[in-house]
Design a binder for this molecule. Sequence first.
Ligand SMILES: Nc1ncnc2c1ncn2[C@@H]1O[C@H](COP(=O)(O)OP(=O)(O)O)[C@@H](O)[C@H]1O
Ligand SMILES: [Mg+2]
Length: 1167
Amino acid sequence: MEVKTKSLLDNMIGVGDMVLLEPLSEDSFIENLRKRFDHNEIYTYIGSVVISMNPYKSMLIYSPEKVEEYRNRNFYELSPHIYALADEAYRSLRDQDKDQCILITGESGAGKTEASKLVMSYVAAVCGKGQEVNKVKEQLLQSNPVLEAFGNAKTVRNDNSSRFGKYMDIEFDFKGDPLGGVISNYLLEKSRVVKQPRGERNFHIFYQLLSGASDDTLKKLKLERDFSKYNYLSLDSAVVNGLDDATSFRTVRNAMQIVGFMEDEVQSVLELVAAVLKLGNIEFKPESRCNGTDESRVKDKNDLKEMCELLGIEQSVLERAFSYRTVEAKLEKVSTTLNVAQAYYARDALAKNLYSRLFSWIVTRINESIKAQAKTRHKVMGVLDIYGFEIFDDNSFEQFIINYCNEKLQQIFIELTLREEQEEYIREGIEWTNIEYFNNAIICDLIENHQNGILAMLDEECLRPGTVTDETFLDKLNTVCAEHQHFESRSSKNSKFLTDHSLPHSCFRIQHYAGKVLYRVEGFVDKNNDLLYRDLSQAMYKANHSLIKHLFPEGNPAKVNLKRPPTAGFQFKASVGTLMRNLQTKNPNYIRCIKPNDKKAPHIFTESLVCHQVRYLGLMENVRVRRAGYAFRQAYEPCLERYKMLCKRTWPHWRGPAREGVEMLMADLQVPAEEFSYGRSKIFIRNPRTLFFLEERRRQCLQDLATLIQKIYRGWKCRTHFLLLKKSQIVVAAWYRRYAQEKKYLKIKRATTVVQSYTRGWQARKLLRELKHQKRCKEAVTTIAAYWHGTQARMELRRLKQEVLNKHAVTVIWAYWQGTKARRELRQLKEAARNKHAVSVIWAGWQGTKARRELRRLKEEARRKHAVAVIWAYWKGLKVRREYRKFFRANAGKKIYNFTIQRIMQKYFLGLKSTLPSMSPIDKNWPVRPYIFLDGVHTELRRIFHLWRCKKYRSRFTEEKKAVYEEKLEASELFKDKKALYPSSVSQPFKGDYLEISKNPKYQKLNSSVDEKVLLADVVNKINRANGKGATRILLLTKKNVVLADQKTGQVKASVALPDLTSVSVSTQNDGFFALRLKEGSASAVKGDFLLSSEHLIETITKLHHIGSAGSDGEQLNVDIADEFLVQFKQDKVCVKFIQGAPKNGNGVSCKRKNNRLLEVSVPASA
Ligand SMILES: Nc1ncnc2c1ncn2[C@@H]1O[C@H](COP(=O)(O)OP(=O)(O)O)[C@@H](O)[C@H]1O
Ligand SMILES: [Mg+2]
């Protein structure tokens, strides 16, 4: 297709290539840029470097027609365009097999990301087509919206600023068809997740999700559409002009689908985004602890709960991780509490980590989809779009890192364009005057030097034990870097900054190649450490959510790693190092982006701003080196190969050295000598015009050559065609002749055959006749011979037959004679046999008769013998009976009787032995009597057995036990059938010392005040005489005294000598009341008798009675049992009367003073 466009050199606005600028000065340079910018020419070259001005408006220069226009055209052939650079890079990748990289640099907002997308879309448009290839292209292109949604944000510089560095390797096969790609991402600015500077926004995805997701999706994610509900979203710039978050959300979802995200993966990603929003809403409040410190507590648990539900985390685990922190050291685990500030720090650290890990996961996931399948060697085109140089009012760790990266890129630019170029001239021995340029290696060294670079110092601070703060880090910088030319700080040793008030104390300043940047050290240590408390990572690992578990592998308790993870600075330095090494292996193509104004507005060209960028990008030096040098260079061999057709002597083959060939060529073309130089291995062409001239001549020459080739080819083709026709004609003639001859030959052959067949037929017939005659003669002879032989044979046969007949007759006669003889003999033998049989029969008959006769005789004999034996036995019996009758009557009956009785008794005793009851005296069992006549014996035996086992039982008693039983016996004598309380006391053992008075330290005093052994110690109720209510007392009983003491203090209240007791009165009923009646006039009787109630009444009274009866004077203590008795209270005698009350709950006995003379005790009837 013939495309009409301006060439680089035709009616240009300003100049298209700064190399051609005349005169060259900074002013004219900027003026040229402005002029072009005003005329919508945003691209300008410096040799092969493209300068791109951000138009801040959409341009009509990216249409498919434009793509076609720039496709396969020489770089300088058309007006400057980013497509020309892309085309050049793509073609040298495809045709010359050189890996390429496209380095796009410039400030934030200068148009780098747009440029990278333009390059990619151009390459996608010009490379191969086909179903598979289109799919790969689509995936590569669609990875952009996804990454931009998660990694871009609105900043004051750029509404769609990339907050991460991106390097994408696109891989091609030998035909130049894309196979896939690999994306590397660099340091996402994750601090943005939790806090954004004024006028900026969080990452796009948060706003896109809230604006674009359906109500249903939001409900599932537990989100609300209102931005103001979320602490992490800054409000002041939630809506950005020209950005439609809702539409973008659909674009992103669609792109994710094309890139190959599964539906559940998208859902997981959105859940994580929602979780980050929720996390920002969790707030903390202090809670005082007893040691005076404050501990943080989650304020409102609803957001926490919803977040935990989203991620499948157990709420208590996360809640704990916000209040405590476990520090592990070797074998120890120490848990410390977090205060509110620390809790907020932990929350933000978690949010940042969650988001940045999610982002890295997305990149990995995209890589998985777009990775090239084939294992063959790929050609690679790398596109680097990394964050631009940033100078803000407040610069922190992120800016420091970003600017470091830009320093490195500038370094590689210098290396590859300026220094490399100059070095090449020297290497090639080309005369050359050195151009001064600023080499920023010294700044790179200030930052990255292993020993004393700023990053190394920061790492050293972070890893050092002891208290580490941003200030100590600054102090360290002040001592280590003070002398450095590019380092400035107020308190450094360098006295010249002591009075510089533009330099605050907590800051340091670096003179970057692009200008001075003031960094505030606050947060450097924290951000470099990038610490996430282990409790949080473990909580995340425990989540029942496939993606989140995957993002926090260090939370796996099985893989506890006490080593610190590498710092953020260290990681970044390492990845930048790898990137630089990678770029150095590739052929670089530069796009230098320039921002025309700070207002993001079209048509405005702020000269000072552009001038600043032109300076620090070193563009002037770039032009100077280019101009001082040569626009084009090429090794002699390829140069000769390319242009050898321009000279007759070098065309078509040059046999000598390549350099001489090129010299011949240049001389022949009469190129002026100042336009080129011969290097050692290359020719250097000063001006692009010369190159265009050569190219043009080559193009013309190629056309001539093409015509020549066409001519020769056509001639060759016609000749070949003619020769072919000629050859064919001969073949056809030959074939025809052959055919005609063949036909004639066949005719003759057929005639010959006919004649031949006739002759042969006649001859054959003649022969046949002769042969037939001969045959007939032969047959006649044979017949005659046969007949003669027949006659002879028959005669012989007859003779033989006669002979045989004779022989047969003799045999027959012989046989007959033999037969007759045999039959005669047979008859004789039969006769003899018959005779013999008759004799046997007769014999047998006789023998039978004899035997029967004998049998009859023997039977008769046996009967006779039996009769004799029977008769003999009768007679014998008769004789014995007659003899023994007299003895039998006298003794036998008695003997048999005795024997029988003896047997029965024996059986009875043995039976009894095996069925005896147990040895327990209370066992009532006794076997059943077997015979009536044994009745008496049986009862007697039972009695004896019982006595015997009682004796046995008694013999096992110890003295104490005996005493106890004696007491029990005494109780029985006293109370049995007299008091209703008695039966229930039988089974209770008498313990006596219920209070364990000697052991219990509480009663030590009381115990010491009683001299003798305590026989009974129990708590009793002393009944108040006035109102009948009870008061608890301790009752002690010794051999001589009854003592009443206070239960609490143990103080003795009353002590009664036993002789002073006259009697004890109790009721007949089921109560524990008893009255101790005292001897009138005795010392104890001053206050009157005691009315008491005890739980162990039976035991107490029995013991009293026992001691009384055992006393030396032998005076018995009376026990009166009656339902009414008199008690002496001081002067009065009061009647105590027991009545039966209704059975009540609790079975309580109540006592009431009825009047002066009567105290009524109501005892519930026992059930
Ligand atoms: N070639 C271009 N044509 C039209 N607008 C552009 C072009 N390059 C940049 N822009 C505008 O400038 C803005 C910033 O560009 P971007 O590439 O994101 O900057 P950087 O990546 O350098 O920070 C874009 O959002 C777009 O509006
Ligand atoms: Mg960008």
